[in-house]
Ligand binder design. Structure first.
Ligand SMILES: [Zn+2]
Length: 436
C-alpha cells in the first residue's frame, strides 16, 4: 500500500483518538488572564505542558519559554507589541520534528489561549461533550480544533511508519486573544520555516490574507445650554449641539464608505473595507444640548495599505486628514477640531497565492475531495509576524469562524478529521516523507 494511503487510513482508524485529544485540550480552561475578574494563575502553562508531553512522546525536540515584554521593546509601534505585559506562567512552546533534515520545512502554528466562557451555555463550556457529531466547548473552533488537527496530522504520519524529509515545527503560543504578543515573541525567538499553516478556523478554506483592524474614538465638542430656551450665536456664547456636529462627521463617513467600497476591495474578500460606527456616546441629561459627542469606530485595512512598520499608520493618517477636512466646513468645528484617539491597530498580511506553498495547500485540499477554495479573512489573525519575516503563511483550519467566541461554540467532528487529513497531506507533499 502507498504510504500516503496508510496515513489516511490511520486517520480514519483513529477518529476516537483525535476526538479524545481535542477533548483533553478543551478540558484545560486556558482562558487568557485578561478576561479574569480577579488575578489568578493562567492555565496556559497547563495546556502547553499537556501539548509538550504529547509532542515529546512523538519524538519532538521541545523548547518551552516565557516571553519577556522588556526584550521585545524593539517592536514598539509594531503589531503585537504591548509594553509591560506579564508572561509569568504563560509559556510559548515549540516542538521540532525531523530537525536537520534537508527538505522544505513547515511551521504548524496556533494559539492555545481562549476567551472567557461567558454566559448562556447549554452545555459545560469546558466539558468537551460530543452530541450528534458536534464537539462543544470554549476553544473548539477558536482554535483548539486547529491545534489538535495539526498535532494529530504529525502523529498520523509518524505512527504510520513514515519519516519526515523536511522539518516540521509545531508552535503553540499564548496571548492571541488580546493582541498577539505570543506570536511576535515566537518569531522573535528565531523560529523560521519555508511555509506556515496557521490553523485558525476557516471552514476548511484557504485564507491567504487577513485584514488589519483599527479602532478609533473621535471626541466632538459642543457647548451645553438649556435645550428649551432660545440660544445666541455660538460666537456670542450660545449653546452648540455636539450631536448635530457629530452628525456632520457621520454623514461624511457615509460618503467616505462609498468611495472605499469602490476602492478598498480585494479579489479574495466578499466585502470592502469600511468605517463602521460601533458606539455613540453623547449628552448628559434631557434639558441640555450635548456638550460632547463621542464616536467609536472600527475601520479595516488591506495588507497592501500597511506602512513601513507593517501596521495601519497610512490608513490612520488618511482617516485623520479626512475627519479634519470634513470638520473644516463647519465654522464651530473648524475652531474646535475633533480629537482623534487610536485604541487598537491589529496587523495583517497576505501571501501570494500563485506561489508554490499556497498551490501545494490547494492540491492537498483537492486530494481529500474539497474544492480548494481561497477566501480571505475579514478579521485579524496572528499571520502577520510569520509573513513579516518572509514565511509564506495561510490560515486553514476546521470550524466556522462565526462561531468563535459564542456560547455553545462547537466543531463538527467530520470537519476536524478532514482537517487532519489535509494537514497531513500538506506535510507529505511539502516536506516529503519516506519509509522509516
Ligand atoms: Zn483564534
Amino acid at each position: 500500500m502507498k504510504q500516503e494511503e496508510q496515513i489516511m487510513q490511520w486517520i480514519d482508524g483513529h477518529r476516537e483518538d483525535i476526538i479524545d485529544f481535542l477533548q483533553q485540550l478543551i478540558r484545560v480552561p486556558s482562558v487568557n488572564p485578561w478576561f479574569f475578574d480577579e488575578p489568578a494563575p493562567s492555565k496556559e502553562k497547563d495546556i502547553q505542558e499537556l501539548i509538550a508531553g504529547k509532542l515529546s512522546q512523538l519524538g519532538a525536540e521541545i523548547e518551552m519559554w516565557e516571553p519577556v515584554a522588556e526584550e521585545l521593546k524593539q517592536y514598539e509601534g509594531m503589531g503585537g507589541y504591548y509594553p509591560g505585559r506579564d508572561f509569568i506562567g504563560r509559556p510559548n512552546l515549540a516542538g521540532t520534528f525531523g530537525k536537520g533534515t534537508a527538505g522544505k520545512s513547515l511551521l504548524l502554528f496556533g494559539h492555545i489561549d481562549v476567551v472567557k466562557a461567558g454566559s448562556k451555555w447549554t452545555v459545560d463550556p469546558f466539558g468537551a461533550e460530543v452530541v450528534d457529531g458536534k464537539l462543544f466547548g470554549r476553544g473548539a473552533v477558536d482554535m483548539k480544533g486547529g491545534v489538535a488537527a495539526m498535532i494529530m496530522a504529525v502523529e498520523a504520519i509518524l505512527r504510520s511508519g513514515a519519516r519526515l524529509k523536511g522539518p516540521v515545527i509545531v508552535g503553540t503560543v499564548v496571548d492571541e486573544e488580546t493582541g498577539g504578543m505570543g506570536a511576535l515573541d515566537f518569531i522573535h525567538h528565531g523560529y523560521r520555516a519555508d511555509g506556515c499553516i496557521l490553523t485558525e478556523p476557516t471552514s476548511l478554506t484557504i485564507a491567504p490574507l487577513c485584514r488589519g483592524i483599527l479602532w478609533g474614538r473621535i471626541k466632538v465638542q459642543g457647548r451645553s445650554g438649556h435645550i428649551e430656551m432660545p440660544q445666541a450665536d455660538w460666537r456670542d456664547g450660545g449653546a452648540v449641539d455636539a450631536i448635530k456636529k457629530a452628525r456632520l462627521l457621520l454623514d461624511a463617513f457615509d460618503d467616505l464608505n462609498k468611495d472605499w467600497a469602490a476602492r478598498k476591495t480585494h479579489p479574495y474578500l466578499s466585502i470592502p473595507c469600511q468605517v463602521h460606527v460601533a458606539q455613540l456616546n453623547a449628552g448628559e441629561y434631557p434639558t441640555s444640548f450635548a456638550n460632547q459627542a463621542e464616536i467609536v469606530f472600527n475601520a479595516q485595512y488591506l495588507p497592501s495599505e500597511r506602512d513601513d512598520k507593517f501596521v495601519g499608520g497610512n490608513v490612520k493618517k488618511e482617516l485623520e486628514d479626512f475627519i479634519y477636512n470634513a470638520a473644516k466646513v463647519d465654522p464651530w468645528l473648524q475652531e474646535n477640531l475633533p480629537e482623534i484617539e487610536w485604541l487598537v491597530d491589529a496587523d495583517c498580511a497576505e501571501t501570494d497565492v500563485a506561489g508554490p506553498f499556497v498551490q501545494t495547500c490547494v492540491q492537498s485540499l483537492k486530494s481529500v475531495g474539497l474544492a480548494g477554495k481561497i477566501e480571505g479573512l475579514g478579521f485579524h489573525t496572528d499571520m502577520a509576524w510569520p509573513v513579516n519575516v518572509g514565511i509564506p503563511t495561510i490560515n486553514f483550519g476546521p470550524g466556522d469562524p462565526s462561531l468563535a467566541h459564542h456560547s455553545d461554540e462547537f466543531i463538527p467532528v467530520d470537519e476536524l478529521i478532514t482537517a487532519v487529513k489535509v494537514i497531513a497531506k500538506t506535510i507529505i507533499d511539502w516536506c516529503g516523507t519516506e519509509e522509516a
